[in-house]
Design a protein around this ligand. Structure first.
Ligand code: ADP
Ligand code: MG
Length: 738
């Protein structure tokens, strides 16, 4: 008898060789195999008659091969097959398919799936490039066949096509038939009851072998009770793990900052403008966290230009006025410098001591700054990754602010956290096995206070990537979320237009007119030098063209990532001071750069940029009162997705709407930036399709933790921890932070 944990090679039909191929797909146990779900289903219960087919529909047709063969046209070889059902015939074509030669025998029974089209010459119906599957001998008893006479699961093949859908069908069926009939339940009974989930065994059977009456639509959209049960289970244990992590964090000893009238006064004093309602609300949320005796773990989301910086400075003042130090980390030197300048502008008059620590400083200067930090003289430390270098020690770390979290690697943030105190209070390194239970706490797991560890500093993570709220709430389950959903007043909406670069002369005319009005302009290119992308106008080349010819009489600057840091600085500062009218740049200006007088953003080869990137770039303008323009120039052919991106940009300025679409177009992996902060690798769940279930899972996870002791067993807890680790470790940054 098979258990879910049994190695997959013990399933009849899987030899060591197949097991190897399966292993490459991440299938090593029976449980893994059974969660290898069909990606679609075919209705072979009621196979369609050729006569009923309609042009334009997707259809499964079962029939006999009448004849097949390759013929060559001038353009390409085409493989043609004629399928027969009694007297009806249907032509099927595959382009360039020499590999199909000799595959089919007349009289063979096959199933085809594809789009029905009408031939433009003959008017006859045909299927082009269908997927096909050989069925058993036409004499096979259809009552017992796994291939016809039922709704048939279609699996992605494996091992470069050597392991077919048909093979999976047989083997999965065998595994199900030999599975322990008393399969233990995994989801807590209380939850199963509340949600009326079907049993695990039933779910596993029906997700592969749906009953005849099952809704086809529910099957294709993974919404049958069987699907829901399996997807929910995966999400539930993920959320449960996060919820535990969250509670563990909340139980740690943090700093209870005091906010009295003096502090309040200090916060108010620095404000150069009236805060928006959203800024007030968010500051209140942050202040409340900071007053608690547990460490703050908060994510501040706000579209570009929503005014996150000033809020973070206010939070910094709370910590500083309480005698603690603040670290503010930016992803690039330019941004760190910009924060440094605005911090000095806003905070230095009030007497706060601010230092900038970046990699490009001279060694002596760095050493001196580090000493200031270690002695506690520096109150606000602004920097880049240099802050993460081993030698930087804070005397009294109170608050860590991370700007643009997506630019940072997971472990880097973790390392920063470890710097706090004497190095014993390692955030995020407690063994999950020893997590405190809601009710019974393991005495071996003493609290930080009992161990006399220094308190954990608060952490505020800021991001301008608007993550759809439902996703943020659930994915960043261990962080609290604040949203700045209001732009400061006095902004005029940005006008976004799309033009082909054949009309660049008009664009440059427009740029000139804006400059004549005293405004400044960005012109952005996707790459620095041509190398692999010869066709693209590189920034350097275009800089020569624009500064030498088109705008020879204007002051044009060039900014790109490979410039010497000093030079980069100088250029940026000149643009900020208005000494440059036009800045030709690569995406180094993408995040954070703030020049209110810049009113035009020209993006060349806009079709090459991602949606989030375009939105970030556009966020560089529209920061002052003057009307601003974003001009998306396209050169050459634009893909379908490219069209969607450009269209979305022209339609809306709303970062959240753009994020929703971006998520849809790119999928979660890309959306969240795979390399730095990947996304949990779900087996059956899909973050876009299953958003509602994700929310449900989050709610249930919290309910289980809050509920009476009986709602969750220790096996379920350890299962949650294993699931969470497998899915999240080294993949999703913020989980590791706290
Ligand atoms: P982001 O959220 O993109 O980091 P910033 O903090 O850079 O945005 O703010 C964008 C611009 O808006 C800055 O020039 C800032 O000084 C200004 N700003 C922020 N808050 C307000 C406000 N309440 N009223 C007026 N201007 C503001
Ligand atoms: Mg910012």
């Amino acid at each position: 008898m098979l258990e879910l944990t049994t190695p997959v090679q013990y399933v009849k039909g899987v030899g060591p060789k197949m097991a190897e191929i399966l292993a490459a797909k991440g299938i090593s146990t029976v449980g893994d195999l059974l969660l290898y779900l069909p990606f679609r289903y075919e209705d072979r219960l009621n196979p369609r008659g050729i006569g009923e087919l309609r042009a334009g529909e997707m259809a499964t047709v079962i029939g006999e091969v009448r004849n097949s063969g390759l013929f060559r046209t001038r353009r390409m070889p085409i493989f043609q097959l004629t399928l027969g059902q009694g007297r009806s015939r249907l032509r099927c074509l595959w382009f360039n398919a020499t590999y199909l030669q000799g595959k089919f025998e007349p009289g063979q029974l096959i199933a085809l799936y594809g789009k029905v089209e009408q031939d433009s010459h003959t008017g006859e119906l045909q299927i082009v490039q269908p997927q096909y599957e050989m069925l058993g001998d036409s004499g096979e008893d259809t009552a017992t066949s796994l291939e016809v006479g039922r709704i048939v699961p279609i699996y992605e093949s494996a091992g470069q096509g050597r392991v077919t859908a048909r093979w999976f069908r047989r083997v999965i069926r065998t595994a199900l038939e030999n599975l322990n009939p008393d399969l233990p339940e995994t989801v807590p009974a209380a939850v199963r009851g509340r949600l009326a989930l079907v049993s695990k065994r039933e779910a596993l059977w029906k997700v592969h072998w749906p009953e005849a009456g099952e809704s086809f639509e529910a099957l294709q959209s993974a919404r049958t009770p069987a699907h829901v049960r399996l997807i929910f289970e995966e999400l539930f244990f993920t959320e449960l793990g996060l919820e535990m992590k969250r509670r563990q964090q909340r139980a740690q000893t943090g700093i209870a900052f005091e906010i009295n009238d003096r502090v309040r006064q200090a916060i108010k004093k620095i404000l150069p403008f009236h805060p928006t309602q959203a800024q007030k609300r968010v500051l209140k949320e942050i202040a409340e966290d900071m007053q608690k005796p547990h460490p703050m773990r908060r994510l501040l989301q706000g579209d570009v230009g929503s005014g996150k910086t000033i809020v973070s400075f206010q939070a910094a003042i709370i910590a500083i006025e309480n005698g603690y130090q603040v670290a503010l980390m930016a992803p690039t030197e330019i941004l760190a410098q910009q924060h440094y300048f605005s911090a000095r502008r806003i905070l230095e008059n009030a007497g706060y001591r601010i230092v900038l620590l970046t990699g490009s400083l001279e060694t002596d200067r760095k050493r001196e700054i580090r000493r200031h930090i270690a002695q506690g003289n520096a109150q606000l430390v602004i920097g880049t990754h240099a802050l993460l270098e081993e030698e930087v020690e804070f005397a009294r770390p109170g608050l860590v602010i991370v700007d643009e979290q997506h630019r940072f690697g997971v472990m880097q943030r973790l390392k920063l956290m470890k710097k706090s105190g004497d190095g014993t209070a390692h955030v995020g390194t407690a063994a999950p096995e020893s997590l405190p239970r809601a009710q019974s706490r393991d005495p071996a797991e003493r609290s930080a206070a009992e161990r006399n560890d220094p308190p954990e500093p608060d952490v505020l993570v800021m991001t301008a990537t608007p993550i759809p709220r439902t996703l943020a709430l659930t994915l960043y389950g261990d962080l609290d979320l604040s949203v700045l959903d209001e732009l400061p007043p006095g902004r005029t909406p940005i006008v976004t237009r799309r033009v082909s670069d054949e009309r660049s002369a008009e664009v440059w005319d427009f740029v000139r007119k804006q400059v004549e009005k005293g405004h400044q302009v960005y012109v952005v290119y996707p790459v620095i030098a041509e190398n692999e992308e010869n066709e693209l106008k590189a920034a350097i080349k275009m800089y020569r063209e624009l500064s030498g010819k088109v705008f020879a009489d204007l002051k044009v600057g060039l900014l790109h990532g490979r410039l010497d840091p000093d030079l980069k600085d100088q250029v940026m500062r000149m643009f900020q001071k208005g000494e440059l009218q036009i800045l030709v740049a690569t995406t180094v200006i993408e995040v954070g750069v703030d020049v209110a007088n810049a009113t035009v953003m020209v993006i060349e080869h806009a079709e090459r940029f991602g949606l989030a990137q375009l939105h970030q770039l556009r966020g560089r303008i529209g920061r002052g009162a003057a009307k601003s323009y974003c001009i998306l120039m396209t050169g050459g052919k634009v893909t379908e997705d490219g069209e969607k991106r450009l269209e979305a940009m022209a339609r809306t300025n709303d970062g959240f709407q753009i994020a929703e679409l971006d998520l849809e177009l790119r999928g979660p992996g890309e959306f969240f930036g795979t390399r730095q902060a990947g996304v949990p690798n779900f087996t059956v769940a899909n973050l876009i399709r299953d958003r509602q279930l994700l929310e449900l899972a989050k709610r249930e996870a919290a309910a289980v933790m809050d509920g009476p002791n009986a709602e969750i067993t220790s096996e379920e807890i350890s299962r949650a921890l294993i699931t969470m680790r497998a899915k999240w470790q080294n993949t999703y940054g913020l989980v590791e932070v706290g």
